[in-house]
Design a protein around this ligand. Structure first.
Ligand code: ADP
Ligand code: MG
Length: 704
């Protein structure tokens, strides 16, 4: 029997949220903190002391013994260093529990072990974590007890960003400023703030603990490096939105409860396309909070899985041959008065502000397509993008019939005088209710699709932080807004000027709009004709970070300095090299120590059987000898491929860090890995299951 959950009672119970602050903080302190959160005003040290004290008291009541600054360095995961609240013992031998404003605001973890991409010499180890009061603190309960977690930004001694959060916060300031200028032009004088709102849908796989532990590739790299396809994959489409099995729904319930307590609005859950694949989507939130929440979601999915005898795989491509996992990033812009700037209304052709915003987004995405593509580049995502299961690696925008029609009217006649209206949905069944269908169908193949009142950026990888993608989106759109406002604020005839600008933006950037099938070969050719970049992999994508137009964009809006961009590039190359190096070494290890010995054992069994059968007087041993010959041939192929992989992996490991090495991994090591996988997967189809040294794809995907 499942226990009844009172959601409204548990929701946010472990969060130092507005209600708690209002209850606990003196009125004046509460007001100042709200100002700091909403308008970026600075807090005085005295105020910080009061807040820290109340936070500590509250956390202790929740069972916390420690606090930690929780941050997102460029390692791909979050980091934390725990301190207990205790003070030095008093003369009586007792200790007090204390937490000061200084400790709340600033931490000083040794930064030398985090990636800095050359921003900092190793001996200059100082780094700071700085309280981000716009994302609420929370108490996390785990096996080790309870910890007060304080979301923080992480930067170097000289203020350079060493994390995902700092640039995201900077980009939010940039778009806020420019969006406010834009809405003022249209007469909005009340809104004080414009924030990007984001809802990130998280895909993941679940496998059984037992199977996972028997696969070194999953353990070390998060994906399978060997594995033949089972007789059944996802071709029946029977997993997507299928009935959720009891074991999985118990897990989802547990995950939801944990997330709700932490104030994460877990809302939607369903089975995804591949067997053993699922999705969780929260209700959208301010992008900064959403980026933190997404990290909490990923951690919670993993932690709770272990408690249910499973492992949660967040890798973008855990299995060849079935769909990988991504993170659909739904993005819109909302004023503090609740207006969504991406809401077209019922008659978009008359909504001039919306059309301007839309044309600015098209301009931004067309101009910085490579940068946006880069923002979703990570090692695992290389297996996904462009593989007919996820968006292609080419950036384009899906607008749908209605908006494309409005755009085309503007481009061709200079006037948009109508919007395609929605029609009744005709099902031919009298007993089911009638309703107006949407004005446009969905398009699942587009990387950047307009979906009613938001854009859905579908490229982000399942394991990746959503911060870079949103940081880029915010900044490139801020730039388009700025350029629009620079013209419009000076215009003598505003109506005329805005009309001209919208037409100009649409005309110049219409090539980025594509409503067709993004998976098709024709699109690849068409996109090339249109001059749209098609960037196949992470190591190629990285270059976009330091295109001249990227550097000037980021510098102008105070999001990155050139040095920070250079450093991020270095980090990405290194991350790539290290990840592929681990994969190559894992393959070498598994092939040498598990696969080849198992196959030798199998061939010995076959040879013994041939001898036994012959000595029993039966001369027809064709089947056994043929198997033996095939197996031995594949065994030889395996050994040759293994030796080749060892050679190139060694060459790569001896190279100097940087771009050239990353490309070597991509161009030489990856193909050598594929060459080793081929004969091994064939052997798996031949060799006795009892002898094969690890669980098969069939076991992993269907025996969860
Ligand atoms: P889909 O059918 O695309 O899979 P889901 O319901 O799974 O849709 O997820 C849609 C996501 O978009 C949710 O996280 C939702 O909260 C979010 N979302 C809805 N409206 C907006 C908006 N205006 N801005 C940003 N995100 C939004
Ligand atoms: Mg969804």
């Amino acid at each position: 029997m499942s226990e009844y959950t009172n959601v409204s009672e548990i929701f946010g119970e472990d969060v130092f949220n507005d209600t708690v602050m209002q209850q606990r903080l003196p009125k004046k302190v509460y007001k100042d903190l709200k100002h700091a959160i909403l308008e970026g005003k600075e807090l005085s040290p005295e105020m910080a002391d009061v807040i820290a004290h109340e936070m500590k008291e509250w956390a202790i009541e929740k069972g916390a013994t420690h606090y930690t600054h929780w941050f997102q360095p460029l390692t791909g995961v979050t980091a934390e260093k725990h301190d207990s609240f205790i003070t030095a013992p008093l003369p009586s031998g007792k200790v007090l529990m204390s937490f000061s404003g200084k400790e709340l605001i600033k931490g000083e973890p040794d930064a030398s072990s985090f990636p800095s991409g050359g921003l900092r010499a190793t001996f200059e180890a100082r780094g700071y974590t700085v309280w981000d009061c716009t994302s609420p603190a929370f108490v996390r309960h785990d096996a080790a007890g309870a910890t007060l977690c304080i979301p923080t930004a992480f930067c170097s001694y000289t203020g350079e960003a060493l994390d995902q959060k700092t640039p995201l916060l900077r980009s939010m300031q940039a778009i806020n400023k420019q969006a406010l200028r834009l809405i003022r032009l249209f007469g909005d004088t009340t809104a004080k703030k414009v924030t990007p709102s984001v809802g990130a849908e998280q895909e993941y796989f679940l496998v059984s603990d037992k199977n996972f532990m028997q696969r070194k590739d999953l353990t070390f790299t998060g994906r399978t490096l060997f594995g033949a396809m089972p007789p059944k994959g996802q071709e029946m489409d029977d997993h997507y939105l299928g009935t959720i099995r009891q074991k999985i729904s118990a897990y989802m319930k547990h995950v939801n409860e944990e997330l709700w307590k932490l104030g994460v609005t877990s809302k939607t859950q369903h089975n995804e396309a591949a067997p053993a694949q699922h999705e969780l989507a929260p209700i959208y939130a301010e992008v900064n909070v959403e980026a933190d929440h997404n990290q909490i979601i990923m951690q919670t999915l993993k932690r709770i899985a272990s408690q249910h005898g499973m492992k949660c795989l967040l890798h973008e491509k855990p299995f060849a041959g079935v769909n990988g996992s991504g993170k659909h990033n739904n993005w819109s812009l909302t004023t503090d008065t609740g207006v969504n700037l991406l809401d077209p209304g019922i008659t978009p052709h008359q909504n001039i502000q919306f059309l301007l915003v839309l044309s600015c987004v098209l301009k931004a995405v067309d101009r910085h397509a490579a940068l946006l593509r880069e923002s979703a580049a990570d090692v695992g995502n290389d297996h996904r993008l462009g593989a007919n299961e996820a968006p292609p690696a080419i950036i384009s925008v899906f607008l749908g019939d209605q908006l494309t029609d409005v755009m085309n009217q503007l481009i061709t006649t200079g006037m948009a005088d109508h919007s395609i209206e929605s029609e009744m949905l005709e099902t031919g069944v009298k007993s089911i209710p009638e309703f107006m269908r949407d004005t446009t169908d969905r398009n699942r193949t587009s990387p950047f699709a307009f979906t009613g009142n938001k854009f859905e950026f579908r490229m982000v990888g399942a394991r990746d932080s959503i911060a870079p993608a949103n940081m880029v989106l915010n900044t490139i759109v801020a730039q388009s807004f700025k350029e629009a406002c620079d013209v419009l604020e000076k215009a003598e005839d505003f109506d005329m000027a805005v009309h001209d600008l919208i037409k100009k933006n649409f005309t110049k950037h219409q090539r980025i709009v594509f409503n067709g099938n993004g998976y098709s070969e024709e699109w690849v050719e068409e996109a090339a004709k249109r001059g749209l970049p098609n960037i196949g992999c992470m190591v190629e994508a990285v270059e976009a970070l330091t295109y001249e137009e990227s550097v000037s964009l980021f510098e102008e809006f105070g999001v990155f300095t050139r040095a920070e961009l250079e450093s991020r590039k270095e980090i990405k190359y290194e991350t790539y090299s290290k990840a592929i190096n681990i994969e190559a070494r894992t393959m070498i290890d598994v092939a040498s120590k598990q696969i080849i010995p198992a196959v030798i054992k199998y061939t010995k069994n076959l040879a013994d059987s041939v001898n036994a059968v012959v000595s029993a007087g039966i001369l027809d041993v064709d089947v056994q000898t043929e198997l033996l010959r095939d197996t031995s041939a594949l065994l030889k192929d395996t050994r040759d491929a293994l030796n080749h992989l060892k050679d190139v992996a060694k060459t790569a490991a001896d190279m100097e860090e940087g771009k050239e090495r990353a490309f070597f991994y991509r161009e030489k090591v990856m193909p050598a890995m594929e060459a080793l996988r081929r004969p091994v997967d064939e052997l798996e189809m031949i060799v006795d299951k009892e002898i094969w040294p690890m669980p098969s794809y069939g076991d992993l995907l269907f025996d969860v």
